[in-house]
Design a protein around this ligand. Sequence first.
Ligand code: ZN
Length: 343
Amino acid sequence: MFDTAIAGSLPKPSWLAEPEKLWPEWRSGGAELDRAKTDATLLWLKIQEDAGLDIVGDGEQSRQHFVHGFLARVEGIDFEHKVKMGIRNNRYDAMVPQVVGPLRLGGRVHATEARLARAHTGQRLKFTLPGPMTIVDTVADRFYGEGKESRIKLAFAFAELLNQEARALEADGVDIVQFDEPAFNVYMADAAEWGVAALERAAEGLTCKTAVHICYGYGIKANIDWKAGLGGEWRQYEQVFPALAKSRIDQVSLECFHSHVPPDLMRLLEGKDVMVGVIDVASDTVETPEEIAETIGKVLRFVPKERFIACTNCGLAPMRREVAEAKLAALGKGAALARQRFA
Ligand code: ZN
């Protein structure tokens, strides 16, 4: 009746990287690290399948961070000299690499983990990449210049590289390529004006499904504090959804459970598949199947069953592994209950 999926990232086991961190250090290097990444990817595929999820992913086990994992293979970026920069409109500081020259992809970015995942699961496979606008918000530019026009140029330069990798992922057998654009919820006017166009450039020519994930961020303190100041109704999506509805992107992943997003905003996504967050990533409390089925019931008033996908609000990367595992299992059970109830 409807599918289940996760937004993207999952916690890295403590033998792979430092747990509960957004930018964790790897535990090993070289061939040992490669092996550990492979093992962690296989482990999470199994856990997602056991939870009964219909659409699975690599859990981003092979990248340190959802944006910088992609940038590591981009020429024209200086990773040696990271600088501190306020990101997401200065919501929090991050150490970010710098754009210092013309951008070029130095080869495949995610071939190993995409092919590995494809070889080891019969489920539909989703693969995530950062969106162009979010990349621009997570690097320091020293080459393209000041001002809005330069930011747009930089975003489209990244979009072209993302498109190369996305096409290659499709050839690897990936069923859904998803671009993560939390920045859409921060710079709403820019997102509608040029962010969606840059996103479409990144997805150009793909024949597999395409998706965008827009959230209020990982469950870290800076984000929780920011959300607390957003008021009783979060209407950020209202500014971006109309542009997305007109775009060629097939699916939109959004935050719902425990958020103050008015669910009727989902009506603005008519014609799109809607991945609705029914799992909170900012709380260690594991949702009950009943709670999940209830959330799904509320959402089905605004999203047709055949367009609905039960999902997590965001990635689970900084969570405790045990909590994430329990939340995946709950997602599977809650969706099963909702399928019975709302069939
Ligand atoms: Zn997210």
